[in-house]
Design a binder for this molecule. Structure first.
Ligand SMILES: Cc1ncc(C[n+]2csc(CCOP(=O)(O)OP(=O)(O)O)c2C)c(N)n1
Ligand SMILES: [Mg+2]
Length: 339
């Protein structure tokens, strides 16, 4: 992200560092939402060669908090709803678009249509679609770092509520607990796994209760509130970095879109939409910024227009790039492994 704008006002009661982080997170969320909206348009126009598109609407606050609290050398395993976290961890909008538009210059060299993208050498893992599977992969990377004597590192695996009902989730979390790994699992409980509501997924009162069963520290956070997400995810990540073992953060929120853009999501309970879960974290963060007098509507309008401009320019650039040529390909998946 670019340098912060000088017109941000701070107050004695809120540390400037925290405020700058909030603004950085907000702008990252804005870029993510703008990119998502553009991808939805391209999908409807039939201009996405990769097929499906999966959006993050409503989940940006917890996602961006995950990406922003990590450092170089850490491991990040995002899900399909972590567009904001990916950008915060260092992905560029060009990388995302190159994957979705099939450019040979993308990180997956035109092999992948949407979310299974990353740069493993930089600790940014392309996701495995099988729910819960990424915990074991992150565990393995953390074990490798331990064997090499690398300290103060953290691995964050993002998950949905549906993923917590799989055997992989149990095995991975249990292994991390027994090995006392610096793993942070962030469960974005968006109340549905595709169309299956929480009530048909698990019988415990809250997914947060599961941390007790694994003998790890659990945290619960309102996923619609950027302040709380930055604070709670920051605390969990610090705990893991300081040797306090695996941490599980459960963020309560509502998916404000379909599972993918092909899904009208007409099964979502209207009562949930009207409940506190249904609050849009972007709108809430914007309101918070204005109500606290930290910035002006004019400044927010500039940020929005800058985000739109960046996305439009990136789309135009990537649409002009070539697709893989089968005659000259070496068929290796990652850009970095090209000989
Ligand atoms: C082991 C496994 N079972 C089923 C699927 C098919 N599937 C893909 S996404 C999805 C729903 C995921 O729900 P959740 O974990 O809550 O994430 P969300 O989409 O809500 O963010 C399902 C069932 C899968 N990918 N892996
Ligand atoms: Mg879900």
């Amino acid at each position: 992200m670019e340098a912060e704008h000088p017109r941000i006002r701070t107050s004695a009661s809120f540390p400037r560092r925290g405020l700058l982080k909030f603004i950085r997170a907000f702008r990252c969320m804005l870029l993510s939402r703008t990119l998502d909206e553009k991808l939805a348009c391209l999908y409807r126009l039939g201009n996405l060669p990769g097929g499906g598109v999966y959006l993050s609407k409503g989940q940006e606050a917890v996602s961006v908090s995950a990406g922003l609290t990590l450092r170089k050398g850490d491991v990040f395993a995002p899900t399909i709803r972590d567009s904001a976290g990916r950008l915060a961890f260092g992905e560029t909008i060009e990388e995302a678009l190159r994957t979705c538009l099939g450019s040979i210059l993308g990180p997956m060299r035109g092999r992948e249509g949407n979310v299974h993208r990353g740069r493993p050498k930089d600790g940014y893992l392309p996701m495995i679609s099988h729910l819960g599977a990424m915990i074991s992969v992150v565990n393995g990377m953390l074990m490798a770092r331990r064997f090499k004597g690398i300290e103060n590192t953290v691995g964050t695996a993002c998950l949905g509520d549906g993923a917590t009902s799989t055997g992989s989730f149990h095995e991975g979390l249990n292994q991390a607990a027994v090995e006392h790994l610096p793993l942070v699992t962030i469960v974005a409980n968006n109340q549905y796994a595709y169309s299956t509501p929480n009530s048909r997924q698990f019988a415990c009162a809250s997914l947060f209760d599961r941390a007790v069963g694994y003998g790890i520290t659990g945290h619960r956070v309102d996923g619609t509130n950027l302040f709380d997400c930055l604070r709670v995810v920051g605390l969990a990540t610090d705990n893991a970095r300081r040797g306090k073992g695996p941490q599980m953060v459960v963020a309560e929120l509502l998916r404000l879109c379909g599972h993918g853009e092909h899904d009208p999501a007409d099964y979502v309970d209207p009562l949930l939409k009207a409940s506190p879960f249904g609050v849009d974290c972007m709108e809430r963060a914007e309101k918070d910024l204005l109500e606290r007098g930290w910035t002006s509507p004019g400044q927010i309008a500039i940020w929005k227009s800058e985000a739109a401009d960046r996305v439009e320019k990136a789309v135009a650039l990537v649409q002009s790039e070539p697709s893989p040529d089968p005659l000259t390909e070496n068929w290796s998946a990652f850009a970095s492994s090209r000989s």
